[in-house]
Design a protein around this ligand. Structure first.
Ligand SMILES: Cc1ncc(COP(=O)(O)O)c(C=O)c1O
Length: 419
């Protein structure tokens, strides 16, 4: 596996303020604390072999993990990095921090920027999608009379962040229904519904790339073309990030908000916000930073679970070794197989569109008149881990990923057939 180099660096430059203070602290700092070696149990990764990719996960192999996207199980390379940093912190906390933080902050910015195809100074790190959405919608500079447009299909965290904002300063938040029937929706229906709800006062459009309630993937590029810079397009990207072969250049959004602990299979408790320089100029931070040179797109200050945040380097490395394009193709292939199988079962109705242009890795369906939570329990009894979407209506929800093989998908199909 590739490891991230560890070098000496000063810490908390911004807080220390003066050159004299810096020199005084530098003279007390240790040279690089060497990270201990940590063993992992996984076989070496062959990135061309999906069985080998699957073997990188410590997930219980007796189960078919069709809900791994809800919360990440990191692959061996990432687990090893977390364990290595944790051991370093546990052995000599402050020296390990001071010896590594400057280098590691640069490293994770470079890896994330490389993955997204953006500049390093356009990214800030968060703990989750929810934290990113809360910070962003709290901090966007708006004037009296400005409106925010969101959709009925967005996640609770977007709706709540916008409600807090509206209660705080009276900003008007409008919600639009982008499609009536998810399975049969189209790019035209989605864009024209958005266009009808857009007004000259709309300054922010707050949407989600892949809807976790229906599996619909928005035609973000077409929406961006319609907006044509008239409003900031902010995208909760958590169910596309790590599963689709697109970054800001392909999407055309102004802000991309995501956790790294779903489809990216990064360390739990990690996330990021990317924005264009013009978009960041319209953001007012609310948590003080220890990186004042990066304002306003600076990672919130305070000590973090650094063993997790820093292991993002290995997370992006893992994706790079396999290939963002190959992972996206695999996610489409496995979920296409799943949809074909489910669609052939009497009494099962697909909710998620069949087309890869309007879907990613989430597959929602209805099975007879059974309630999704009850179905989840019955599937689990047969060794299939699925999820019930936390929306009204709730659907039975699957997501085949790089932590799944064809046999897992087929097991899910067979088990649904037997219900
Ligand atoms: C669309 C969407 N956004 C955000 C979240 C929350 O993500 P996080 O746990 O990273 O805050 C979820 C589900 O957990 C989701 O489905």
């Amino acid at each position: 596996m590739s490891s991230v180099p560890v070098t000496f660096s000063l810490s908390r430059r911004g807080l220390l303020g003066s050159a004299a203070a810096l020199a005084a602290v530098a003279s007390c700092q240790p040279r690089a604390a060497q990270p201990p070696l940590v063993e992992t149990s996984a076989p070496p990764l062959d990135p061309r072999d999906w069985t080998s990719v699957r073997a990188q996960f410590a997930l219980d192999q007796r189960l078919a993990h069709l809900a791994a996207f809800v919360f990440a199980a990191p692959p061996a390379q990432v687990r090893e990095a977390i364990a290595r940093h944790r051991a370093g912190f546990d052995a000599n906390t402050v020296e390990y921090l001071h010896a590594n933080e400057g280098m590691m902050e640069r490293s994770i910015h470079q890896w994330a920027a490389g993955y997204l195809g953006v500049r390093t100074d356009e990214i800030m790190f968060t703990d989750s999608t929810t934290m990113g959405l809360g910070l962003l919608y709290h901090g966007l500079k708006l004037s009296p009379g400005d409106e925010i447009l969101t959709s009925e299909h967005d996640f609770f965290a977007t709706h709540e962040s916008l409600r807090f904002r509206a209660e705080r300063d009276g900003v008007r938040v409008n919600r639009v229904r982008l499609y009536q029937d998810p399975f049969n929706t189209s790019v035209d229906e989605i864009v024209s519904n958005l266009a009808r709800a857009f007004t000259p006062a709309t300054k922010v459009v707050a949407l989600t790339w892949v809807h976790s309630g229906t599996g619909v993937k928005l035609p973000v590029r077409e929406i961006a073309s319609f907006l044509n810079g008239r409003a900031l397009l902010c995208l909760d990207s958590v169910h596309g990030f790590g599963a689709q072969d697109a970054g800001p250049a392909e999407l055309g959004c102004d802000f991309l908000i995501s956790g790294c602990h779903k489809w990216l299979f990064g360390p739990r408790g990690t996330g990021l916000i990317w924005g264009t320089p013009a978009a960041w100029a319209r953001y007012q931070p609310s948590i003080p930073t220890f990186q004042p040179e990066r304002r306003p797109q600076s990672t919130p200050g305070g000590y973090h679970a650094f063993e997790h945040q820093w292991a993002l380097a290995e997370t992006f490395d893992f994706h790079k070794r396999i290939g963002r394009d190959r992972i996206a193709a695999r996610v489409h292939e496995l979920n296409g197989r799943l949809k074909d199988g489910l669609a052939g079962i009497k009494g099962v109705r697909l909710i998620t569109p069949r087309s890869p242009d309007l879907s990613a890795g989430i597959v929602c369906c209805v099975v007879g008149d059974s309630e999704p939570p009850e179905l989840v329990v019955r599937l689990r009894d047969k060794g299939v881990v699925a999820s019930a979407s936390p929306y009204n209506p709730s659907y039975l929800r699957f997501g085949a990923s790089i932590a799944t093989l064809e046999a897992d998908v087929d097991k899910a199909i067979d088990t649904v057939r037997g219900l």
